[in-house]
Design a protein around this ligand. Structure first.
Ligand SMILES: [Zn+2]
Ligand SMILES: [Zn+2]
Ligand SMILES: [Zn+2]
Length: 278
């Protein structure tokens, strides 16, 4: 079954342009005035998230602070489930923007998160999840906690999303494999045990923050090495800072590795014949 993946956002936690920054990449991302378009619109990067759509289903991975604008930009009118990678602000703060998309779903839109992420979401949005004095027009969502046992899978509308544990600084967070694609944002490394879950990929989406090393994120050089190791047919980098100019960076990458950009769409097979290893 063919699915479409749309990059709702491809930027790092601070977004590009970064507030207060006047560097060339940040400056190239904004229109100079009403008549002059941005020199490099693909350098405009909102906070990281992807939409996976197949048949009439829409599944979103992470709802960051830009979710409202991203959903309007992409004409997103229905969300059937949200999967979370971890509890940092750039991945969860837009949860409340789901509200109008949940009111018509009496059972609630299912959210999936590992234990620490679910705790963070419940703490931030306590008025949504408390059982007494719940805010009347809170999001109608049902938070499902993913066990940390290896091979955890979520079955959604005929497709299967498998949890891929990844390293984000000192934490282990959640990446997802779904059919022939995998989304691994906010990684500093991939543990050896997770590599078999990434065999035979068509599309690999990986964090590549900047050129210089960073304690909690993979840099460009390391992400290229990870692609060489995992050997997907195509790879796309995301969660990028203003260090990476879209066109200049793409020009030096091998042709099967590209920088993602907001609005980029890919098609892939979400129900391939050979499912990933358990
Ligand atoms: Zn992040
Ligand atoms: Zn900048
Ligand atoms: Zn993070």
């Amino acid at each position: 079954m063919q699915a479409t993946l749309t990059f709702l956002g491809s930027g790092t936690s601070m977004g590009v342009p970064t507030l207060g920054c006047a560097c060339e990449v940040c400056a190239s991302a904004v229109p100079r005035d009403a008549e002059t378009p941005a020199a490099s619109p693909r350098n405009r990067r909102t906070r990281p998230s992807v939409l996976v759509a197949w048949e009439d289903r829409n599944v979103v991975i992470d709802t960051g602070p830009d979710f409202h604008a991203q959903a309007i930009r992409e004409g997103l009118r229905r969300v059937d489930a949200v999967l979370y990678t971890h509890g940092h602000a750039d991945h969860v703060l837009g949860m409340d923007d789901l509200r109008p998309l949940t009111f018509h779903q009496p059972a609630g839109v299912p959210l999936y998160a590992d234990e620490p992420t679910a705790d963070t979401i419940e703490r931030i949005f306590d008025y949504t999840f408390r059982t007494e004095n719940r805010y009347a027009t809170s999001a109608r969502v049902a938070l499902n906690r993913l066990p940390s046992t290896p091979g955890t899978q979520i079955e959604l509308f005929g497709a299967s999303f498998q949890r891929v544990p990844v390293t984000h600084g000192r934490e282990t967070i959640t990446g997802y494999r779904f059919g022939s694609a995998a989304y691994l944002t906010d990684i500093s490394d991939i543990p050896d045990e997770s590599l078999p879950l990434l065999a035979g990929l068509d599309v690999l989406i990986l964090d590549a923050l900047r050129r210089q090393p960073h304690p909690t994120h993979s840099n460009l050089e390391n992400s290229i090495k990870l692609v060489e190791r995992i050997q997907p047919r195509r790879a796309f980098f995301t969660h990028m800072s203003h260090d990476l100019d879209h066109d200049a960076t793409n020009a030096v990458l091998p042709p099967h590795i590209r920088l993602a950009y907001d609005g980029l769409q890919l098609t892939f097979d979400i129900t391939p014949e050979t499912p990933p290893a358990q």
